[in-house]
Each structure stands twice: as C-alpha cells, then as structure tokens.
Design a protein around this ligand. Structure first.
Ligand SMILES: NC(=O)c1ccc[n+]([C@@H]2O[C@H](COP(=O)([O-])OP(=O)(O)OC[C@H]3O[C@@H](n4cnc5c(N)ncnc54)[C@H](O)[C@@H]3O)[C@@H](O)[C@H]2O)c1
Ligand SMILES: O[C@H]1[C@H](O)[C@@H](O)[C@H](O)[C@@H](O)[C@H]1O
Length: 362
C-alpha cells in the first residue's frame, strides 16, 4: 500500500451504474487527493469503457480481485445492496477502507455480522453513504438543534418523493432503500435510537406499478419519546423532493424548499441574525438525487478521502449506523405486513466488542 498521507489515494469503484458513474466523475473531476485506479462492474464492457476514459485506470472483472488488488488503497462500493455483504467482508479481510453506498447490507443479521467483523479487525474501515449528513441544509439544521435554537425538539415531519423508481422496486424496498434515509436523518439529528416504527398504507397511487404500496407514511418513536412522521412517495412522476421540518418548544425549522433553511422563532433571543427569513415559492425542483444532493456527495467523498489519507478511515456514519438503520427498517417491513407499530430489535452498542471477541471463526 502506498503512503496515504503523501500519495494520491488509489480508489477502486465497484459498480459503475447510476451512482458509481457519478462518483467516478466526482473523484476524477472534483475530489482532491484521490484518483480512480480501478473500476469494476458486473457488466465488464461498461467498466472497460469508463476505465478507457481515465488516465491510469484499469477495469478488473472480478469485484473481489479488485478489492484485493495491491494497487488499490480504498474501495467505493456502488453495487446493488444484495452484493454489499460479500464485498464488505473482502474489504475487512484485506484491511481496505471502504465507503459503502447505503444500505450497509439488506438485512439485520448480515449488517450485525459486518459490525462484528469490523470490530474484531480492530480498525474502523467502513463508512456508509448516508449523504444527507453532509448536505449544507441538514448540517445547518443539526447545528441549530444542538445549539438549542428551538428548545427541546419534539416532532419532525419529513417528505421524501421520487419521480420514479426502477421496476425492481417492491413495497419493502420503499422502506429499506428510501425511508432508510429518514431513519438515518432522525438518528443523526437527535443522537438517539428509534424504538418503534409504524407504517400506514394510504390508497396506492393508481399510476404506480401493480402491487406497489406507494405512498407510505412512517411513524417513528425515539428513545426519549420524540415523534417523527415521514411520507415516502416514490412514483410521483414529478421531481425529487426531500423536506424536513423540526418542531420544538421554542420554534421550528424547515429545510428542502430550495430556498435555504426557513426558520421561525418564538423568542427574540439573538441567534444568527436573530430574525426569521422569509421563504419564497416557485421556480424549479431538482429532478433527481444527483442534483439535490450533489454538494452532499462531493463533501461526503472529499471528507472520506481526507480521512483515509490521514489514517482515520471514517469521517461520517459507520457500520454501526448502517446496522441501526437496518434494524429500524426491519421493524418497518414487519409493520408493513402487520399494520401495527413494531418494536425495533437491536443490540446495545456497548456489547459489540464483547460479542466480536466471543465469535470464533470470524
Ligand atoms: N446515497 C444515495 O442517494 C443513493 C442514490 C442511488 C443509489 N444509491 C445506492 O447505490 C448503490 C447502487 O445503486 P444504483 O442506483 O447506482 O444502481 P445501478 O443499478 O444503476 O448500478 C449498479 C451497478 O452495479 C453493477 N453490479 C451488479 N452486481 C454487481 C456485482 N456483484 N459486482 C459489481 N458490479 C455489480 C450493475 O451492473 C450496475 O452497473 C445501491 O446500494 C443504492 O442503494 C444511493
Ligand atoms: O437509492 C435511492 C437513493 O437512496 C435516493 O436518495 C432515494 O431518494 C431513493 O428513494 C432511493 O431509491
């Protein structure tokens, strides 16, 4: 492995579909201190075409060989969720830092196994691509909440709309692939775990594929008793909309209107400029996540590259956050079936090292 502090980080991008190709362009064009050294895709021709356009980049047809390659310092996984488990295990076995697009894995047991394996390796290696944590508006909201601008925050209302999703999407993927972002946003903003999930099923969109329960409304309850609701609607046919409003004892804040954070205070306390900012409506809506969260992806990848080059490896949500999100989504999928609130079942974070130490053969 090269000296990461001085040399450019050699990244292997696995999966060069929609998200992976976007990350290749990002690393090649905008990220400092890294280059795409290897690309891999199940469709090898696609990887070869991309590699041919980048100086010093090779296409490797076997994803595990790409991870093991001695001229790869770090891995960016943008393959579909079901392939993450085996590829993450290979990254841990080869000691390669990895940024794994969400979800960590597609079920709780394999996510927990990854957490344990990473803990047993003794080195943080895995960052999960919950990019909203790097979005300017979400960061601003988090800072305002932590600074107590709204007093104790009691509620949050979220909206997550996609114009369309791939034909492979089923009702449980609306929870595990889309709602998972609101799960992470809740854990990020409030620094506590979600304890129960209730999914409500309104009349399905007549324009959605047959059998797809879309939209869905999720209700989360947190450890301290906060309530969060989230509308997830992935076949609107309109545009990409992600909004979050938090409501506290002294005021509220709203992000995602394409007008910056809109704040309303109940007191005259001097915070920031001390005044509410009027919003405005109208204009364009971002067509997809690549535009809405373009800045967040850039910041996420740059900070990850910096963290790997400095030897810290992770600067953002880690494997534990991926596991916690999987546990909440599993409760969500159970609720989708039962129609009732379902309790989130997860281990205590403090138990990871004890459990990892006791697992043999891992
Ligand atoms: N953070 C976000 O906002 C965001 C947005 C979109 C997708 N994602 C995540 O990114 C990942 C990829 O999603 P996408 O929308 O780009 O999917 P995609 O289908 O467009 O691309 C996936 C690519 O991986 C390739 N592939 C499939 N199996 C593979 C394997 N075993 N090894 C190597 N390559 C393989 C496919 O040929 C395809 O080119 C998923 O985990 C998804 O949830 C995250
Ligand atoms: O994989 C995508 C991605 O995570 C987007 O950010 C989300 O809005 C979509 O619903 C999901 O399908």
């Amino acid at each position: 492995m090269s000296d990461r502090t001085t040399a450019e980080l050699r990244v292997a991008v696995l999966g060069v579909g929609m998200m992976g190709a976007d990350h290749v362009e990002r690393i090649t064009g905008r990220i400092k201190g890294a280059r795409v050294a290897v690309v891999n895709d199940y469709l090898h021709d696609k990887a070869e075409t991309i590699a041919a356009g980048i100086d010093g980049c090779r296409a490797i047809s076997d994803p595990l060989a790409a991870i093991a390659d001695p001229e790869v310092d770090a891995v960016l996984l943008a393959t579909p969720g079901p392939t993450h488990e085996a590829q993450l295990i290979a990254c841990i076995e080869h000691g390669k830092p990895v940024l794994c697009e969400k979800p960590l894995t597609t079920d709780v047991a394999t996510s927990l196994d990854i957490v344990r394996r990473e803990a047993q390796s003794g080195t943080p290696l895995i960052q999960v691509g919950f990019m909203r944590r790097f979005d300017h508006e979400y960061s601003q909201l988090k800072t305002a909440i932590d600074d107590g601008v709204f007093g104790r925050v009691l509620l949050a209302h979220c909206v997550h709309r996609n114009p369309a999703v791939p034909p492979s999407f089923d009702s449980s993927m609306i929870v595990k692939d889309s709602l998972v972002h609101e799960v992470d946003v809740t854990r990020f903003l409030f620094d506590e775990e979600i304890t129960s999930v209730h999914i409500i099923k309104p009349s399905a969109n007549p324009s959605a594929p047959a059998g797809l329960q879309d939209p869905q409304i999720a209700y989360f309850t947190t450890e301290s008793g906060r309530h969060i609701d989230a509308e997830v609607f992935v076949t609107t046919g309109v545009a990409y909309e992600v909004r979050t409003e938090v409501v506290g004892e002294k005021g509220s804040a709203f992000i995602g209107l394409d007008v910056g954070m809109v704040r309303k205070y109940s007191t005259g306390a001097a915070v920031g400029d001390g005044r509410s900012r009027a919003g405005s409506w109208g204009g364009d809506i971002t067509p997809s996540f690549t535009e809405r969260f373009g800045q967040a992806y850039d910041t996420e990848i740059q900070r990850w590259v910096n963290a790997v080059r400095s030897g810290v490896n992770v600067d953002g949500p880690g494997a534990w956050d991926g596991y916690a999100a999987a546990a909440v989504c599993a409760a969500g999928v159970r609720s989708l079936d039962s129609g009732r609130p379902e309790t989130v079942e997860m281990i205590d974070r403090a138990d990871i090292h004890a459990v990892a130490a006791s697992v043999s053969g891992v």
